[in-house]
Write a protein that binds this ligand. Structure first.
Ligand code: GTP
Ligand code: MG
Length: 204
């Protein structure tokens, strides 16, 4: 049993929850499946999803308590690459994600799940996001989404390509078939067990 509840939506740092829990943030292009994956992980529809990109515009915090383990925050951040809002939306996105990582990395953030569409490995925007996360020094696990939509050949090819780009194992998930969710929970548990480092204070 996993208990999951919506805590709050924040538009800026003032709205982030005060409760000091470990956090795991979902990052990725708009429409890649961040909110859907959160729902699939907790086994309940806590996050709103949509076939149209740009659904999640705020930072949404969920408090998740897996059976017999400590509670943590799962954070659904707005997606990047949502064209319709133009410059203003891009600035809004940058301000909010910048504020999020500024306020939370080190103190709270145990890791980031960087979601990339399994059908489109190596997109420029995803590579930029990955580089940016590397630069911040946050632990980042890449997850390929929507793998139910891939042919067997492309599946192998795309996952290999992603692992080559990120020089790390890449998870493959589908919220349609449930594939990869168990494995992803194992990765999440490992991320949550890591000691947190404060910015400017490397681990001893
Ligand atoms: P934003 O909130 O706009 O940033 O998007 P998001 O990343 O939260 O995407 P969301 O979870 O809303 O999903 C976008 C669309 O992709 C929805 O229509 C989902 O049903 C669909 N989708 C998500 N995951 C999968 C998957 O594993 N397989 C398939 N076939 N569709 C998926
Ligand atoms: Mg969303």
């Amino acid at each position: 049993m996993i208990v999951a509840e919506f805590i709050t939506s924040a538009i800026d740092a003032a709205g982030f929850p005060k409760e000091r829990l470990r956090e795991l943030a979902c990052v990725g292009r708009s429409n890649v499946g961040k909110s859907s994956l959160i729902n699939a992980l907790v086994g309940r529809k806590v996050a709103r999803t949509s076939a149209a990109p740009g659904k999640t515009r705020l930072a949404n915090f969920y408090r998740v308590t897996p059976d017999g383990r400590s509670a943590f925050h799962l954070v659904d951040l707005p997606g990047y690459g949502y064209a319709r809002g133009g410059e203003a939306a891009a600035r809004e996105f940058e301000a909010l994600t910048g504020a999020y990582f500024g306020a939370r990395s080190g103190m709270f953030l145990a890791g980031v799940l960087l979601l990339v569409d399994g059908r489109h490995p190596g997109l420029e925007s995803d590579r930029q996001a990955w580089n940016w996360l590397q630069h911040l020094g946050v632990t980042c696990h890449v997850v390929a989404t929507k793998v139910d939509k891939l042919s067997r050949t492309n599946r192998v090819r795309h996952l290999k390509e992603l692992e080559r780009l990120h020089e790390a194992p890449v998870g493959a998930v589908s919220v349609q078939t449930g594939e990869g969710l168990k494995e992803l929970w194992k990765t999440i548990d490992t991320l949550l067990r890591q000691p947190l480092t404060e910015p400017g204070h490397p681990p001893r």
